[in-house]
Design a protein around this ligand. Structure first.
Ligand code: AMP
Ligand code: ZN
Length: 431
């Protein structure tokens, strides 16, 4: 059974007590890692004296850069031979950040994922196709073990090779998939090329959409196109990977598994806590990890906490869809915006296809934004889309106050990536 009722619906005060107990031991464990033992002594923090969850506010935040500077083992809190696994985050710039796990860590991670899958209705008997990358990326192995624990039959297809993905779905009756939202969209083109209808010709019932930002509108489009339930799945390598926060059947916010992760939400500029309901940066502390405890890790991910309890009965806090990363925020012509805002606008047009990209350039010392977006149906003469182009331009303008250049392209013409979609190409001249 992976409906862990006592934990998932625990009285909130009890949950806070459980977190405090776990936090105390997490901090004592962290103190065994070179990085934290030095940090704690520098700031005069005594992990043995913690008496409330708020006490951690006197510990400085941990940032991705700290992980990089203390690469590879500076955060490890166990003897090296206790480590059974490492993963690395998918960041493309700078030194990778690596995260280590003991067998117990892998077990607990698996359990968070199994719980998440079970929450969405995934069960023994389901055929689960995992199209996420296997290897250093956590999306492959993380969901793989969780699904096996639930008892699903796992097809570890990995990413790419779209025709084979569809064949596997058909031959083995895949009922659940783990898929990047951008890939779920692009796969629709391949269904079309094969003259197949994903609503009829495959038997998908559940999708776990994760690893990259996507709008509610895109989720809806994916769910409708495949006639399945699509659940938002959030995680990051530094917090194991998937299985940090997951949607329940209400599909209204993701429950953060608070028995494993202590969450704070802060203003990314001032680092002060923000009230529930307001967007801020998510900060997490691992409560149960042994090999590599992380204390007050700044994720850069922006979301808000729902102030009210979920009708499903789970008491663990819900967070909104991720609005973007504080480092993804674009300043174009002096206006702050997130790529997801443009996606939301694009998805509102039924004739818009399955891929888009935002290009930023400098033209005569000014920022210029071009939105390349595929249309749903190819046309011999793209001029038939002139009206649509204007409508998109106007809709984007009313959302972000910038008039973009809009390029409508034939389906499938934007370059495909195997991993997370590249939504923004910033070619602007830097001062
Ligand atoms: P990685 O550690 O390389 O797997 O990347 C983790 C990052 O992916 C997170 O910090 C988020 O920025 C992003 N991410 C993961 N899941 C989601 C999601 N469901 N929605 C939006 N962004 C996500
Ligand atoms: Zn719920």
């Amino acid at each position: 059974m992976f409906w862990e009722k006592e934990i998932e619906t625990m009285d909130v005060n009890e949950l806070r007590k459980l977190q405090l107990e776990r936090l105390k031991s997490a901090l004592l464990r962290a103190n065994l890692a070179p990085y934290y033992s030095q940090l704690f002594s520098e700031v005069g923090f005594d992990p043995a004296k913690v008496s409330s969850l708020e006490n951690i506010q006197s510990i400085p935040f941990t940032a991705k850069n700290d992980l990089r500077e203390h690469y590879p083992y500076g955060f490890v809190a166990v003897p090296r031979d206790e480590i059974v696994r490492m993963h690395s985050s998918s960041g493309t710039t700078g030194r990778a950040t690596v995260v280590f796990h003991t067998q117990g860590d892998v077990d607990r991670w698996t359990n968070f994922v199994a719980r998440s899958i079970y929450t969405t209705g995934g069960r023994k008997g389901d055929v689960f196709q995992n199209t996420m990358g296997y290897g250093l990326f956590t999306g492959g192995l993380g969901l793989h073990y969780g699904a096996e624990r639930v008892g699903m039959m796992v097809i570890p297809s990995g990413p790419g090779n779209s025709v084979r993905q569809i064949n596997l779905m058909r031959d083995f009756g895949t009922t659940a998939v783990h898929i990047l939202p951008s890939y779920a969209m692009r796969l629709l083109d391949v269904f079309e090329e094969l003259s197949l209808d994903p609503k009829k010709d495959v038997n998908l019932k559940i999708a776990f959409l994760g690893a990259e930002p996507h709008s509610e509108e895109m989720r809806q489009k994916i769910a409708d196109s495949y006639d399945m339930e699509a659940y938002n799945s959030y995680g990051l390598t530094e917090m194991n990977g998937p299985g940090v926060a997951f949607e329940c059947p209400e599909k209204d916010g993701m429950h953060v598994w608070e028995d494993g992760f202590l969450m704070e939400v802060i203003d990314p500029e001032t680092a002060e806590p923000v009230p529930d309901g307001e967007v801020g940066e998510l900060v997490f502390t691992t409560l149960t990890r042994e090999a590599m405890p992380l204390i007050r890790y700044r994720t850069r991910d922006l979301a808000s906490v729902y102030p009210d309890p979920c009708p499903c009965g789970r008491t663990h806090l819900r967070i909104s869809r991720i609005k973007g990363r504080s480092d993804d925020m674009l300043i174009v012509k002096g206006v702050n915006m997130f790529p997801i805002q443009i996606e939301t606008v694009l998805m509102g047009f039924p004739d818009i296809g399955r891929n888009y990209q935002i290009i930023l350039e400098t033209k005569e010392h000014m920022d210029e934004m071009t939105i390349n977006v595929e249309v749903l149906r190819s046309a011999d003469d793209m001029r038939v889309y002139e009206g649509l182009k204007k409508q998109i331009g106007a809709a984007v303008r009313s959302e972000i106050l910038i008039t973009p250049k809009v390029n409508l392209l034939q389906p499938g013409s934007i370059e495909k990536t195997e991993g997370k979609a590249i939504r923004v190409v910033d070619k602007r001249e830097k001062e």
